[in-house]
Design a binder for this molecule. Structure first.
Ligand SMILES: NC(=O)c1ccc[n+]([C@@H]2O[C@H](COP(=O)([O-])OP(=O)(O)OC[C@H]3O[C@@H](n4cnc5c(N)ncnc54)[C@H](OP(=O)(O)O)[C@@H]3O)[C@@H](O)[C@H]2O)c1
Length: 288
């Protein structure tokens, strides 16, 4: 857990006046599937959405474009610990708890990752895997205070499905929920970087289709499962949105953002007792 907000400190933030039937949530982003998810969730009665973006202008413009009274902006760069800290302080002061967290910012860097330069791969993992982890850890004390059992949704990709990784040992380690830990997942990321540096990705059986992006999503899925195991009273899932028409694929996607947001919205609003620790292909449970 990040050091700035302990569970005890978070409890002190509980605001006496916050109506418990109202749900609040944090999500990115200023465009694409994230923005459409905000639009759909903000239409649900009683939900206040904190739309985040790393760029203040792009974020405030996005909020203005929605013109919805229950959407507020806060800056968030998932690579920047100070930015995460500021978001945590904001949520704490404004709501005293957090009910729903949707994560899944990704850089439009697939082209760069095709060549898989070491620096680009670091940036990719630092955003898609470590970035989500940092934000989740920062907000967990407030998620624990949700009065109805928090929902966490991590936006993943079919590129992270385990069958796509040729190396059986890696598949086994990432797929065995009994023995999986955060340390093990981080160890797999380290191994990936070792092999990337030494030009051994192919020989050691890593996925060669967008290697860094693929492993960032495979580890994100594994992290989602570990979280779900650790917090059984929450609903924590990950979702592949489909092949959606956004900047990330230069608008080659075949689904609209409205369709792409459906899975995230469904998982954000799951009723109590719903599946947790699962991977969804859009709105259906699928195999990791
Ligand atoms: N579109 C698809 O077909 C598809 C398929 C499978 C999975 N996905 C997943 O769906 C999610 C959303 O993707 P999208 O298609 O909506 O892509 P997008 O339109 O390119 O949106 C990506 C968003 O992530 C933000 N972002 C990037 N780095 C960030 C950082 N360090 N901190 C905060 N925000 C950051 C971007 O902000 P800026 O505007 O500042 O760059 C942008 O708002 C991603 O996780 C992606 O991997 C998409």
């Amino acid at each position: 857990m990040l050091p700035w907000l302990s569970f005890e400190k978070a409890k002190e933030c509980l605001l006496p006046g916050v109506p418990s039937q109202d749900h609040n949530m944090v999500t990115g982003a200023n465009k694409g599937i994230g923005l459409e998810t905000v639009r759909q969730l903000a239409a649900v009665a009683g939900v206040t959405v904190v739309l985040t973006a790393r760029d203040v202008k792009r974020g405030t413009d996005a909020v203005a474009s929605l013109a919805l009274p229950n959407v507020v902006f806060h800056q968030l760069d998932v690579q920047d610990s100070d930015s995460i800290r500021s978001l945590v302080d904001f949520i704490c002061a404004k709501f005293g708890r957090l009910d729903i967290l949707l994560s899944g910012q990704a850089m439009n860097m697939i082209q760069g990752v095709i060549k898989t330069s070491y620096d680009k791969a670091r940036e990719c993992l630092n955003t898609n895997y470590y970035g989500v982890k940092r934000v989740t850890e920062g907000l967990l004390p407030l998620l624990k205070l949700s009065t109805y059992g928090a929902r966490i949704v991590n936006v993943s990709s079919l590129r992270g499905e385990l069958w796509r990784i040729p190396n059986e040992q890696i598949r086994k380690e990432l797929g065995d929920i009994e023995t999986l830990t955060e340390q093990k997942i981080d160890g797999i990321v380290d191994k990936f970087f070792h092999d990337l540096k030494n030009d051994m990705l192919e020989v050691n059986g890593w996925s060669m289709m967008l290697p860094a992006y693929s492993i960032s999503k495979a580890t994100l899925n594994a992290y989602t499962r570990v979280l779900a195991k650790n917090y059984p009273n929450m609903c924590i899932n990950c979702v592949h949105p489909g092949y959606v028409d956004t900047d990330i694929n230069w608008h080659t996607g075949t689904l609209s953002v409205e369709e792409g947001a459906k899975g995230s919205v469904l998982l954000a609003l799951l009723p109590a007792g719903s599946p947790t620790g699962r991977y969804f292909d859009q709105t259906e449970v699928a195999k990791f």
